[in-house]
Design a protein around this ligand. Structure first.
Ligand code: SAM
Length: 217
């Protein structure tokens, strides 16, 4: 079966059938070649309903989780977005087609270099990739319309809230090392409002205001 056909089935069976409704998210996930963001021996599994290894003990997230998190951001096209946890670069590529500017932060140099190359090959010229500890956010380019964290945090770092515009949204998995809840948090003029989305399992957010590397594994 062609990758186009596999992508179409992924969108219909894993996303639309499970309630993803944002037409822009569905269209972009039908167009971005997810298989190119994993190693060649995993190309045939790239459209499976699961996360896959990308090396360094890290993963490219399950397509459904990418769609849920992206849909929660309610992107219209003119937003400045901060992503913490570049990983393969797949989520960054999706965001680059739905927002105006994307800053993405990865702590592992080798993953960042590979993602940078892949994003260039996909012509994602509005993505800026920074190697750094994303638990402190990226204050120099704040404030953001949206922040998406694709690793599991033990708590919500206060600096993420501070780096959001009023009305801006943060989507973040928070919980224990092995199970979390996906939260959507909106910065309001007087503080925050928060809602729970879905249970989830992410690799740990490691850093100054996340998990310590020795307690993470
Ligand atoms: N969004 C990614 C994709 O589309 O492939 C999936 C990301 S993977 C589930 C989580 C990533 O977060 C890993 O690459 C990991 O190295 C990174 N990470 C963990 N802690 C981080 C931190 N403090 N700053 C930046 N990246 C971090």
């Amino acid at each position: 079966m062609s990758y186009e056909k596999l992508r179409h089935l992924m969108v219909e069976d894993q996303l639309r059938a499970r309630g993803i409704k944002d037409q822009r998210v569905l269209a972009v996930m039908e167009s971005v070649p997810r298989h190119l963001f994993v190693d060649e021996h995993l190309h045939c599994r790239a459209y499976d309903d699961c996360a896959l290894s990308i090396g360094e003990g890290q993963t490219i997230s399950q397509p459904y989780m990418v769609a849920v998190m992206t849909e929660l951001l309610e992107l219209k096209g003119d937003e400045k977005v901060l992503e913490i946890g570049t990983g393969s670069g797949y989520q960054s590529a999706i965001l680059s087609m739905l927002a105006s500017e994307v800053f993405t932060v990865e702590r592992i140099q080798t993953l960042a270099e590979r993602a940078r190359r892949l994003l260039q090959e996909q012509n994602c010229t509005n993505v800026h990739l920074i190697v750094s500890d994303g638990t402190i956010g990226l204050p120099e380019h704040s404030p953001y319309d949206c922040i998406i964290v694709t690793a599991a945090a033990p708590h919500i770092p206060q600096q993420y809230i501070e780096q959001l515009k009023v009305g801006g949204m943060l989507v973040i998995p928070v919980g224990s090392r092995f199970t979390q809840i996906l939260y959507k948090i909106t910065r309001t003029p007087s503080g925050i409002s928060s809602s729970e989305s879905t249970p989830c399992i992410f690799v740990p957010l490691i850093g100054k205001d996340g998990w310590g590397s020795e307690e993470a594994y």
